[in-house]
Design a protein around this ligand. Structure first.
Ligand code: OFO
Length: 171
């Protein structure tokens, strides 16, 4: 049985993940409104991934005999100064999520919860990937500067991103 402290922290993390998906959906709308369809597609995939991150914890808590408690999701921002601003905010948000995951891993250690500790390793790797993706796009945007053609080329590249649903296990 999972401890009450771990249960509460994982429930909070479900909220963080669903908030992340809400934030990226709002960013998708920002790009849609500016006709940057590739950027919008990238954010849509990000939105789906965050839903998946939240559902993974939801399913894990159920498996462990914990109680899932869904809380209110905060309202995300609706507008940003530029695509660069969007990605700087995205990176800042992901760094916050990384801190949250580190907190959860430390808590699992403190609670001597080996299962939660193992479960959370996937999130540690995922955060490295997520921060790396954001840093790469920020570097591209810096290189592009004010060049509209460069922005459109990056938009085409980001249009290629595809969501890969997690493999369902039959166990
Ligand atoms: Fe963007 O990360 Fe979830 O966990």
């Amino acid at each position: 049985m999972i401890s009450k402290k771990m249960e509460k922290a994982l429930n909070d993390q479900i909220n963080e993940e669903f908030y992340s998906s809400y934030l990226y959906l709002s960013m998708e709308a920002y790009f849609e409104a500016r006709n940057l369809k590739g950027f919008a597609n990238w954010m849509h995939v990000q939105y789906l991934e965050e839903m998946e991150h939240g559902m993974k914890i939801y399913n894990y808590l159920n498996e462990r005999g914990g109680t899932v408690k869904l809380g209110a999701i905060a309202e995300p921002a609706h507008t940003w100064k530029s695509p660069m601003d969007v990605f700087e905010q995205t990176l800042k948000h992901e760094k916050h999520i990384t801190e949250r995951i580190n907190y959860l891993v430390n808590l699992a250690e403190k609670e001597k919860d080996r299962s939660a500790f193992n479960f959370l390793q996937w999130y540690i790797d995922e955060q490295v990937e997520e921060e790396g993706n954001d840093e790469e796009i920020i570097a591209n945007l810096k290189f592009i500067g004010e060049d509209g053609r460069g922005l459109l080329m990056l938009d085409r590249e980001l249009a290629q991103r595809v969501y890969t649903p997690p493999v369902q296990s039959n166990e």
